[in-house]
Design a protein. Structure first.
Length: 217
């Protein structure tokens, strides 16, 4: 990634795009490389500019943000999408996360919160607004879905992978897991990769949500 964070703005409202451009370009950290008004334009713009972060709206004509996110993540392994929307409905939240988004923020966030979120996602991290995080936690607290079970996994988790999954759910990063289990950092990284692969999850947030649905936590 270059010194500047290159951002693609995707929103069907021109006024919103102009506002986001103004907010982000006030800081030298960010450069808006392209804009798109729907999912189709977003796919074309991504192919042309290869931005570090896609700032994606949900409700758009022709192709919405969920489908665009899913296609981007399927086409480009390193695509990093941050959803920014007015919709905080559970269905939109979880569809966005399942599609592969690394972040989900509401448009009522402050300019500094947005800037921080873009930086976190650009670095490959996950970021959720407070209201969205509460919805995810509430979903986890509600217990596993009755329509899913452990047999849904392509390959079951090993005892060590299950142990690491629980530590991931507790919010521990790789370094902390390494210290807790007295394992080499490279070994932990491999275990985490295996967990994500077996759960068919793109990141830790997706892994924890899917694990809860499967009754693994």
């Amino acid at each position: 990634m270059s010194e500047q964070i290159h951002v693609l703005l995707v929103d069907d409202q021109k006024l919103i795009r102009e506002g986001l451009r103004t907010l982000l370009e006030l800081q030298p950290t960010f450069a808006i490389v392209a804009e798109a008004s729907d999912g189709y334009e977003a796919l074309d713009a991504y192919a042309q500019h290869q931005p570090d972060v896609v700032l994606m709206d949900i409700n758009m004509p022709n192709m919405d943000g969920v489908e665009a996110t899913q296609q981007l993540c399927q086409l480009y392994a390193d695509a990093r999408v941050l959803i920014l929307t007015t919709f905080d409905d559970d269905e939109y939240v979880f569809e966005g996360i399942r599609a592969g988004a690394l972040g989900y923020m509401l448009k009522d966030v402050s300019s500094q919160e947005l800037a921080n979120a873009v930086q976190v996602v650009a670095a490959g991290g996950s970021m959720m607004g407070a209201a969205v995080a509460r919805r995810v936690l509430n979903q986890v607290a509600a217990g596993p879905s009755s329509s899913l079970n452990q047999s849904s996994l392509i390959e079951p988790l090993s005892e060590r992978e299950s142990e690491i999954l629980k530590l991931m759910a507790d919010g521990l990063n790789n370094s902390e897991i390494s210290k807790h289990l007295h394992l080499a950092s490279g070994t932990v990284k491999n275990y985490v990769s295996n967990v994500l692969q077996k759960l068919e999850a793109r990141d830790r947030t997706q892994a924890v949500i899917r694990a809860q649905q499967l009754g693994l936590l």
